[in-house]
Design a protein around this ligand. Structure first.
Ligand code: BGC
Length: 270
């Protein structure tokens, strides 16, 4: 008989950018799977409090911690607070990310650097603090087969070029090789590093392309499965990647995209 214990019971998870969109759904899904969740946010504390309320109403445990993931001191202070509260960390979801779109020739250096700083450097800074703790603490066989799990929120745009979004696509391409390199380096320490590559998911970041019927029809041309994704589609994938059910998965990107990465134009052309 299987014991009635949730998949992530006894584990501590940090989700960056967890007060909206995909991060919010991931935080809720991890809490439902039994993890204690730290909801990181940089702005809109109220939205973070809402996420805590949803989790607590479902019987889960969560706290909110503020930090700008692109700021080394703030990231280190957030981890220090997390260790004070929960003692250690088992799961890091490197989720915080944003877009600042512009035509290539009109893109300011500021927008280029801002997106790279949050989407790529932010993931590096958080992962580095988590890995130091995984190595210091070692394996906790009572909660997981792995010494720690890092899941990077990437995008289909880690492989699909995206005109008008060069900073974003470059950041996600960077996440792909950062994640794979970390996985290669850290697997011998039993630290698992993987990515989730969402396609078009209904969140505030891309509201303009799904919120009207005509925009949604255009978007569906890029999605063989003919539906726009929901944040919870990503939450479920993350729970699996964070659990021992995926213990032999290392350095992989799990695309959760309704087939967006399948070159849908070739279904009728070529
Ligand atoms: C972007 C969304 C976009 C999706 C598919 C995501 O990474 O943030 O704006 O809709 O990729 O193109």
């Amino acid at each position: 008989m299987k014991k009635n214990i949730k998949t992530l019971s006894g584990q501590i998870a940090l989700v960056t950018g967890a007060n909206s969109g995909i991060g919010k759904a991931v935080a809720i899904a991890l809490a439902e799977a039994g993890a204690k969740v730290v909801v990181n946010y940089v702005a809109n504390e109220h939205a973070a409090e809402e996420v805590l309320k949803i989790i607590r109403d479902k019987g889960g445990e969560a706290v909110a911690l503020h930090a700008d993931v692109s700021n080394e001191k703030q990231v280190q202070a957030m981890f220090a607070q997390l260790f004070k509260l929960y003692g250690t960390i088992d799961i890091l979801i490197n989720n915080a990310g944003l877009q600042r779109d512009a035509k290539f020739w009109e893109m300011s250096l500021e927008d280029w650097e801002f997106v790279l700083r949050v989407n790529l450097t932010g993931q590096f800074l958080c992962a580095r603090e988590a890995v130091k703790e995984f190595l210091r603490r070692g394996l906790r066989p009572e909660v997981s087969k792995a010494c720690g799990k890092i899941i990077c929120m990437s995008s289909v745009h880690e492989i699909i070029p995206w005109a008008g979004h060069v900073n974003y696509a470059a950041s996600k391409g960077g996440v792909r090789l950062m994640m794979q390199t970390m996985s290669q380096e850290l697997a011998p320490y039993k630290i698992r590093v993987n990515s989730v590559g969402p396609g078009a998911i209904k969140t505030p970041i891309n509201e303009s392309v799904w919120s009207t019927p005509s925009a949604e029809q255009e978007l569906l041309k890029l999605i063989p499965y003919k539906r726009v994704g929901e944040p919870d589609d990503i939450g479920k994938a993350v729970v699996w990647l964070a659990s021992d059910d995926s213990d032999y998965v290392n350095g992989a990107t799990l695309f959760v995209d309704g087939g967006m990465t399948l070159y849908p134009g070739f279904a009728t052309g070529g």
